[in-house]
Design a binder for this molecule. Structure first.
Ligand SMILES: Nc1ncnc2c1ncn2[C@@H]1O[C@H](COP(=O)(O)OP(=O)(O)OP(=O)(O)O)[C@@H](O)[C@H]1O
Ligand SMILES: [Mg+2]
Length: 247
């Protein structure tokens, strides 16, 4: 499980983007973060994944505090966290299967990557992960030919190849049509349940949050505004997230 406690971050220009933020996500749970533009959602995910060094706070994955690790121990621990974002960022000229298999590279660092390849078992695994997202039939196709929804599924399969415990998703449906967006949210919820992943997902689509979240966390000016089971989140509380600071 993912446990974030007191996470804070200030950018070098003085912007306090995240302040004493707490959030927990259990294995099997889909938690959705809602908040206005600039409220600190991406900063939160980047601090959790240690793409940014938080100024204070703890990020525990199954009890291990990532903020206290460095070097090889940090690299290993970060493999427990997979990240997907608005753009699938696939290597367009490579096959779908090859793109998925690159998700496994981090687990085989040094020896196999130095030899320029992966163990044969990883290609079979990549097929399995593609099947999990419903796209095994496209394994040989070039990634550059996929639709947006298909590309996002491949990015999710690539994340699965990493064998993460936690999946961090920053606006994963922002560039998808409504139907493809539903498909991706259904997939994230199913993966949380079936793969026992802890999924923390940032969205701007309030209706999708109501339909798919186990819990919803509201963020405003870098702080937790509410953290509630989906059924207890009022329209009013959500509305307040999007009012300007002056309001
Ligand atoms: N590299 C940076 N340097 C300085 N300030 C930054 C930087 N990145 C983000 N910020 C500021 O930090 C705050 C939070 O930004 P962040 O990107 O986390 O917001 P967000 O909730 O993800 O917004 P959006 O919904 O637009 O993606 C904003 O005030 C933003 O201007
Ligand atoms: Mg953002």
């Amino acid at each position: 499980m993912l446990e974030v406690r007191g996470l804070s971050h200030r950018y070098p220009n003085g912007t306090e983007a995240l302040a004493e933020f707490d959030v927990s996500v259990r294995a099997g749970e889909l938690v959705i973060v809602l908040g206005g533009n600039g409220s600190g959602k991406t900063t939160l995910l980047r601090c959790i994944a240690r793409a940014l060094d938080p100024a204070a706070g703890a990020v525990r994955v199954n009890g291990t505090d990532l903020t206290r690790l460095s070097g090889e121990k940090l690299r290993r621990a970060r493999l427990d966290l997979a990240v997907i974002s608005q753009h699938a960022a696939l290597v367009r000229r490579r096959s779908v299967l090859a793109n998925v298999a690159t998700g496994a590279l981090g687990r085989h660092a040094t020896l196999w990557t130095a030899l320029g390849g992966l163990p044969a078992g990883e290609l079979e695994a990549a097929h399995r992960h593609l099947a999990e997202v419903g796209l095994d039939h496209l394994a040989r196709q070039r990634a550059g030919t996929l639709s947006g929804g298909q590309a996002q599924r491949v990015a999710i399969a690539r994340a699965l190849a990493q064998h993460p415990r936690v999946l961090l998703a920053d606006e994963p449906v922002a560039s998808l049509d409504p139907e493809a967006a539903e498909d991706i949210m259904r997939l994230l919820r199913r993966l949380a349940a079936e793969e026992h992943l802890a999924v923390l997902c940032v969205l701007h689509q309030v209706e999708l949050a109501y339909r798919y979240a186990d819990r919803v966390v509201g963020i405003r000016a870098g702080r937790v505004a509410f953290d509630l089971p989906c059924a207890e989140v009022s329209r009013e509380a959500v509305h307040r997230l999007y009012l300007s600071e002056a309001a």
